[in-house]
Design a protein around this ligand. Structure first.
Ligand code: SAH
Length: 464
């Protein structure tokens, strides 16, 4: 982030602009919306600028900027559309202590003006650090269409009501009140009865919230999917939007956490296979503690919460405390990994069932029905299979699996660092040595030939 977005209070401060042409006009249309005092220097100003000056909306000086003109100025815009003149006026402005923007000259500007969606007092500023103005415009158009023009009115009425709403205790209760106002009672009342209707609705809503029983906490066990935030379900997104407390695993991606409500409190209770960990008991206690305090807790687990997630232990703890809960399913790693290699988990004539298993469990390496797994055509998805790769390889061979049975490892499925290792059972342990991220191992599947993203490395050859 080279440019840090802030909202500057320009009430009664001075903003100076040099220039009288198209670029100046474009900037002035924005600046005139502010409560700043605007001075324009232009030897030959456009008609519109002259009119604004006559209307008293800005002061016009029909000459070029000189030394001493900029002192006491917060912001200066060099908008003469002439590189030499812009450099000259900008140098004066800098010397005299103003922050300088030169129109269409990112490099020499100390600030840039974002694309703005204006629902005063709600302001959305969009910037791309000069990288993609087209993108900024597209985002602006999208938001303009999406945000009702009445949003500003509601926010202004809401702002005036804030001191009254302080009768509700701060935190959750007050947030619920505002959320009900902005997304329910407010827009409804505005449509039905205009501004006065909204004011009456606020009073009613406050009365009903003051009468409410303390809110019941609840727990959503939510699948965060394999990492790509676009693979979240809409239900998961909603839960993340509304959560007061988010308790997440180490594997939940940063991109997914970014989508969660800013005010939520986050706990990382990451567990690493064989590594340091928060104990399951401590996690259970943390969930119950917050839910019992009335919080909406989102217990966010990578992939699907019902797959190797120790979900039942957490549900039992929550249910024993009498707290409401539900499960929001997610896309499990095996689904993302098999998509990455362009295959399907079942196939007519090849396998009518597939197995999901873990390379290790709490006791160590896990035992399975090895002879079933070793059968030709069997498809198995192995989770947490890094440390146990050699063990699994040994067991399968011992039970008669072919050394050249196809094996594919998908690392960081659905994430930017996704890698596919195509090998065979004989090469499994060796291939795994290269894997550092979370990885899903398929026994009995190879990537579809046509896929291009595959690193077709043969670990055996590399080793020799
Ligand atoms: N509930 C999760 C699994 C948790 S166990 C799910 O449904 O996906 C953790 C294991 O999942 C990891 O050791 C790894 O084997 C697998 N895993 C999770 N995310 C992965 C990803 N993006 N790519 C590959 N494997 C992943």
């Amino acid at each position: 982030m080279q440019h840090f977005p802030i909202f500057l209070n320009v009430h009664d401060t001075r903003i100076v602009l040099s220039g009288g042409g198209e670029a100046a006009l474009a900037k002035l249309r924005l600046l005139l919306k502010t409560e700043a005092n605007i001075d324009v220097f232009a030897a030959t100003p456009a008609q519109e600028i002259v009119r604004w000056a006559e209307d008293g909306r800005l002061r016009l000086f029909r000459r070029a900027v000189n030394n001493g003109d900029i002192s006491g100025t917060a912001l200066f815009y060099a908008a003469d559309e002439n590189a030499a003149e812009d450099a000259r006026t900008a140098a004066i402005a800098r010397r005299e202590g103003a922050l300088v923007n030169i129109v269409d000259n990112l490099q020499d500007s100390v600030f840039i003006t974002p694309a703005i969606v204006d629902r005063d007092p709600v302001m959305i500023a969009i910037g791309t650090e000069g990288a993609a103005p087209v993108l900024a415009r597209a985002i602006k158009a999208d938001l303009e269409a999406r945000l009702s023009p009445s949003l500003g009115i509601l926010a202004r009425i809401g702002k005036a009501f804030r001191p009254v709403a302080e009768r509700l205790p701060s935190g959750l209760k007050r947030r619920n009140f505002w959320s009900d106002f902005y997304f329910g009672a407010g827009p409804r009342a505005l449509e039905a009865a205009g501004v006065e209707g909204v004011e009456a609705a606020l009073d009613d809503l406050l009365a009903s919230h003051l009468a409410l029983e303390p809110r019941q906490g609840r727990v959503d066990f939510v699948g965060a999917g394999p990492g790509d935030p676009e693979l979240l379900t809409l239900k998961a997104r909603k839960a993340l939007d509304q959560a007061d407390v988010i308790i997440h695993d180490r594997l939940v991606s940063r991109e997914v956490l970014e989508l969660a409500r800013r005010e939520a409190v986050f706990f990382d209770v990451g567990k690493e296979g064989f590594g340091p960990s928060t104990s399951q008991e401590a996690i259970n206690a943390l969930i119950v503690e917050h839910a019992a305090n009335g919080a909406h807790v989102v217990r966010l687990k990578s992939g699907d919460p019902t797959v190797f997630g120790r979900l039942d232990e957490e549900i039992e703890a929550v249910a024993a405390a009498g707290v409401d809960w539900r499960i929001v399913p997610g896309i499990t790693a095996a689904s993302a990994a098999v998509a990455a290699i362009g295959q399907s988990l079942t196939q007519r004539g090849r396998n009518s069932s597939f197995r999901i298993l873990t390379g290790h469990d709490v006791q160590g390496f896990a035992e399975h029905d090895w002879s079933g797994l070793a059968r030709q055509g069997a498809v198995t998805a192995i989770y947490m299979g890094k440390k146990s790769a050699r063990f699994v390889q040994g067991r399968l061979m011992m039970y008669g699996a072919a050394a050249d049975a196809p094996v594919t490892i998908v690392e960081n499925a659905s994430q930017p660092g996704q890698r596919v290792y195509a090998t065979d059972l004989d090469g499994l342990a060796l291939a795994m040595a290269d894997v550092s991220g979370p990885a899903l191992t398929f026994i009995g599947l190879s990537p579809r030939r046509a896929m291009v993203a595959v690193e077709n490395l043969n670990p055996k050859e590399i080793a020799l």
